[in-house]
Design a protein around this ligand. Sequence first.
Ligand code: ZN
Length: 267
Amino acid sequence: MVKRFTFLLVLISVLVACATSPTGRHQLMLVSEQQAISASKTAYAQTLKPLQEAGKVDNDPAVKRRIVGITERLVAQAVKMRPETANWDWSVKVIDEPDVVNAWAMAGGKMAIYTGLIRKLNASDDEIAQVIGHEIAHALANHQAEQMSLALATTVGVAAAGAVSDRPGLAMTGASAAAALAIKLPNSRTAESEADRIGIELAAKAGYDPRAAISLWQKMAKAGGPQPPVFLSTHPPPENRLEALRALVPQMLPYYQSKQARPVFKL
Ligand SMILES: [Zn+2]
């Protein structure tokens, strides 16, 4: 036990690094972005497997084409913002859950959007672009590694340290478990503001109306009822979300209204 505890301390002191997000905020990390990306690969496959077996993934070719088309324009802008992400294995899956208003991204651009978000919000392309842009922004700003750091600091971390110290080959189990857990943890409100700001910019540069960010979050709040959207539990609204987005719209409109071509990054 003492040995494991010591190991954990060594692990943490080796891995802790102070990173800086694209908006200049300092992030305290237990997990590097590369570790988060590699763990997310496994976590993505594991998370999708039961959904695939239940026949809930990418069922409607028209919906899939629509989502991929929007995502490809957004990813092209993401790659302009962070060129090294051209090497990421970007992916988006449509999960056929008509009652679930949700979307998420894992590190390295592994995403999913639920049919409930599209249908229940009756979301336009501009609004869907805001959701996916927001998710891409979380990945660009390395928020998943922050979430994983949080997950690893809890019970999963203890299990992971145990696996690492006894059988090095099992270390991935703990890390991918943390990556899978990360998409279920609420982002910090700071991370949310950051993702809103980067997301609306990606969407505007990809040719999507920044005013849709306002209507999207208004629809999301109204979709509440007795059961609030899952999306809001993992993406808690910062206090001044609408005001902050409204203030960004005039800066973003020129990108949206520009006549320049909107490149795509083929998924
Ligand atoms: Zn978010």
